[in-house]
Design a protein around this ligand. Structure first.
Ligand code: FUB
Length: 324
């Protein structure tokens, strides 16, 4: 089955969507790719992003996509080194909180917070990153008065440099038959500016109840965590990075463990694959990116959306990443 898709921002390069509904309107928080001239490498130096835009719409597949302009820039973040990667935004008590990964002046990824009175920004950054934060790809899941951040990414995302939330002397990857390096989840403090606890591992189990192994590249976590809830179950989804799948696993609570279910999106044109899943006006959507408009330049990605369907058992029906 061909799933119709829409490019959301045809006149610019946007990637890594986070998506939320605020005040009955759908807001998109992407990374902003540009041609910075940095050569491509496994460290991701070519993803040299320096600002964020915010987009919104009231009709996902056909309506106007409003560009709210630049809402945060590297040059305005006091602790900044380089590389603004995937961000996310949530709402609490009249304020909108943006969480963003950025390398500090020592070239270490930390996660920062910026605040706005409006979902479309602009966002004012805090003077320092979150204490104890590391790696990339923060995704916020809100349930009642609790806010959870999922984060982490391998290779350029530096997650392999940490064990039990402590920095290691050097990068360490488990042997292929050992449990894969997991994403992390942490509850946020009441003021939304710090972690309220030590980050925990997000464990993804196979159907036999064993953690997915580091050598299971087709299915194990790599980066791009996302959490959504469907029919009282918690759907943890993520990219497998070097095998370019978007996969998901289901659990009974935000901390997991989660049991692997399948592929949401098969590989797209490009290297990275990264997504958000959201319900709006009674339909579910998958937001993601690919590199078709830039003719395969992996650092110039374009935002896309399509409908996402579940079967009667709550399984997500796999979407072909090459569908137009
Ligand atoms: O955009 C830079 C990085 O590429 C993101 O943080 C990853 O998830 C991947 O999409």
């Amino acid at each position: 089955m061909n799933t119709p898709k829409r490019y959301l921002v045809p006149n610019d390069y946007m990637a890594d969507p986070a998506v939320h509904v605020f005040n009955d309107r759908l807001y998109i928080y992407p990374s902003h790719d540009w041609e910075s001239g940095i050569p491509e490498n496994d460290n991701g130096d070519h993803f040299n992003m320096k600002d964020y835009h915010v987009y919104s719409t009231d009709d996902v597949m056909h309506g106007e996509i409003v560009d709210h302009g630049v809402v945060l820039e590297v040059k305005d973040i006091p602790w900044a080194g380089r590389q603004l990667w995937d961000c996310d935004v949530t709402f609490k008590d009249g304020k909108y909180y943006m969480y963003f990964p950025l390398k500090d002046k020592n070239d270490i990824f930390r996660i920062g917070v910026a605040i706005s009175d409006k979902p479309e920004g602009p966002f004012v950054p805090q003077p320092d990153p979150i204490r104890g934060s590391y790696s990339i790809d923060p995704a916020i899941f809100n349930e009642g008065d609790q806010y959870y951040m999922y984060f982490g990414g391998l290779w350029g995302g530096q997650l392999q440099r940490y064990l039990d939330n402590k920095a290691l002397e050097c990068s360490t990857f488990p042997a292929d038959d050992q449990p894969a390096i997991p994403s992390r989840v942490v509850r946020l403090s009441k003021d939304m500016l710090q972690f309220a606890e030590e980050p925990r591992a997000v464990v993804v189990l196979d159907q036999a109840g064993n953690p997915l192994s580091a050598g299971d590249n087709e299915h194990r976590f790599f980066e791009a965590s996302w959490m959504h809830k469907y029919q009282d179950k918690y759907y943890f989804s993520y990219s497998t990075g070097d095998t370019h799948n978007l996969c998901y696993a289901i659990g009974d609570n935000p901390y997991g463990p989660f049991t692997y279910q399948g592929i949401i999106l098969t590989p797209v044109v490009g290297w990275t694959t990264h997504h958000a899943i959201a319900e709006y006006k009674g339909k579910w959507y998958l937001f993601h990116h690919d590199c078709v408009p830039s003719s395969g330049k992996t650092w110039l990605r374009s935002l896309k959306v399509c409908e996402l369907q579940y079967d009667d058992n709550g399984k997500i029906i796999t979407i072909n990443g090459l569908d137009e």
